[in-house]
Design a protein around this ligand. Structure first.
Ligand code: SAM
Length: 220
């Protein structure tokens, strides 16, 4: 069997749940190539242990067994195929971003004028506008702060793409709420666009939504 034929799922072990979602399905050949694509982004890969050394150990063990230096023992107890083991019970249910995010996302495209963005922020009484490209993919974010700064510092800036923040800190529907809250705190921001695996915006999580956890309005 070749590496191209062995398929596996990429799981995010940061999700503290047994039914962790699969982020992508890749082959061993993909993993060994040095990078894989997840949600439109190239992610570097590397092995946790040395493949070369593992092969060396396997070859040495085979040699020991063949020379009778290491004997294979009979199993002390056979596994009962009729018995089924149940996974351990999860102790706490952690709320996910999907449980509290706002699904009504107000967005704008990068080619719009800053004036249009300002009007939209005002009309919808929001502080954050995710910026989408022509394909509906997230490419930036602007806030009331960026619009005010553009007006005050440089009147020549015209389009949303001139002032947007391109390196967007984002979250996913499956991310535990406490992980998302940490991102807000660490980056001194108050909202995160929620994206699917194709980097399309499916919601927005703001500090206001986090308040739902404390007002008794969150229920699974
Ligand atoms: N207190 C405001 C807030 O919560 O957004 C302003 C502080 S924050 C340092 C201002 C900058 O953060 C703006 O330039 C804005 O574009 C950027 N920003 C806001 N949310 C962001 C996010 N999710 N990812 C990346 N940058 C973000």
């Amino acid at each position: 069997m070749r590496d191209e034929e062995i398929m596996t799922s990429i799981i995010d072990y940061g999700t503290p749940r047994r039914d962790r979602p699969s982020l992508a399905t890749v082959s061993y050949a993909d993993l060994k190539s040095g990078s894989v694509e997840i949600g439109g982004e190239r992610i570097r890969t590397s092995s946790l242990s040395s493949y070369r050394r593992a092969r060396a150990v396997a070859v040495e063990l085979k040699d020991w067994i063949e020379r009778g230096k290491m004997e294979l023992a009979l199993p002390t107890r056979r596994i009962d195929p009729a018995k089924r083991s149940r996974p351990m019970r999860e102790t706490a249910i952690t709320p996910r971003v999907r449980d509290i995010m706002n699904r009504q996302v107000i967005s704008i495209t990068e080619d719009e004028e800053i004036r249009v963005a300002a009007k939209r922020l005002l009309k919808d009484e929001t502080n954050h506008l995710p910026i989408l490209d022509g394909n509906g993919t997230l490419v930036g974010i602007i806030t009331t702060y960026d619009v005010s700064k553009a007006v005050v510092t440089d009147g020549r800036l015209r389009q949303v793409k001139d002032i947007m923040t391109r390196n967007v800190i984002k979250t996913t529907p499956d991310e535990p709420v406490d992980v998302a809250a940490q991102k807000l705190k660490q980056n001194n921001i108050s909202a995160l666009p929620v994206v699917d695996t194709a980097n399309r915006v499916v919601g927005i999580l703001s500090a206001i939504d986090l308040g739902k956890l404390f007002g008794g309005r969150w229920q699974r």
